[in-house]
Design a protein around this ligand. Sequence first.
Ligand code: ARG
Length: 459
Amino acid sequence: MKKLWGGRFTKSAEEWVDEFGASISFDQELVMEDIEGSIAHVTMLSKCGIISETEADEIKNGLEQLKEKASNDELTYSVKLEDIHLNLESYLTELVGPVGGKLHTARSRNDQVATDMHLYLRNQVQVIIELIGEMQQALIEQAEENIETVMPGYTHLQRAQPISFAHHLMAYFWMLERDKERFIESVKRINLSPLGAGALAGTTFPIDRHLSAELLGFEGIYENSLDAVSDRDFILEFLSDSSILMMHLSRLSEEFILWSSQEFKFIELDDSFATGSSIMPQKKNPDMAELIRGKTGRVYGNLMGLLTVLKGLPLAYNKDMQEDKEGMFDTVKTVTGSLKIFAGMIQTMTVNKQHMEKATKTDFSNATELADYLSDKGIPFREAHEIVGKLVLDCVKKGCFLGDLPLEVYKEANPLFAEDIYVVLDPVTAVKRRNSAGGTGFKQVAAAIEKAKEAMKTS
Ligand code: ARG
């Protein structure tokens, strides 16, 4: 098969060498974007009088046919033709004859491929933004059911203070809100047109870059032709935003894994999001959450991979840059898949409310209440802390909890203790009373859920 760039060559590479250099096995993912870019380019060429209208119509007709074939999965690609761009151009010439060769006037694969990737990411980021919204919605719904569900809150994975389960879930809502914002903000940098930058230096043809940009729905053009074909930071930004998002999903995965263990028993994942063991009949494994935690690694890897590919590259295009694609496609697949799975897991999980609340009664997470109680009565907090610490130690020795100690013991520790400490010690009271802004008090949590719903309307 003749190479489209074969003019200055006297012999062709062996197939295995071609195979090494080809990107068609993965960049065929860009087929629709490539056709879309070509239609805009050819429209612009005719509007600028660079090719005739008839020629443009013939080419566009061929491109429309290719679009149809692509959406019916009727195109097969050749490694000999290297990538999606050359494969499509060859198909086009087969369909419309030599006029197909005019498509590439005033264009290089360098601005072409960059254009394709901008179009691709613009679409995918939109999908991701919507999927984040769906997961946030699932969090809100589950939180609404659990405003008064009390659970132990942890620091250092040691029981710290009782909190509302809804409050814990809503913490992730706000992380996702920032993730969503990051993706939304990144669109203004993705939505720029490199088309018309040529190989690196622009072109002698009287093209109108603004017109092709407008036809493709871009908000503007890259101001510098070298930058246009060399820039991959829009992909790096996508991979960074994705890494942060996945880090959040991974932390929630870890919590789901812990919470669904026999040791915690706070939640039970629905059967449709769990798997069994081939040997142990009793097992119900949180595979999906584990996989999301695991797949976070590959997204970080994709970010580090591309950063490393780019770090030593001189301007402008270098073939190294073909390595920008697989990590990007893989990240899109991983992030969209993880978000969908998470929304489903959250919607379908069972919350073991009683067990969570019981956990708060068999620990010392109410110790702060007691210290606050004393300082409320005028004892400096440090002193109160010391007094309660001693009481906790006393309980540990006796094998009981703070609520089990009789009032005499409290009185002995400090005469300001009175009968009402037992109400204060109740974990539900403890949560209810934490009504500072952004705190876990039930009223605060209910208000925060309303705020979250408002935020969902505006973003
Ligand atoms: N397949 C190439 C890539 O993805 C397309 C650009 C090729 N340009 C070139 N000058 N060889 O990077």
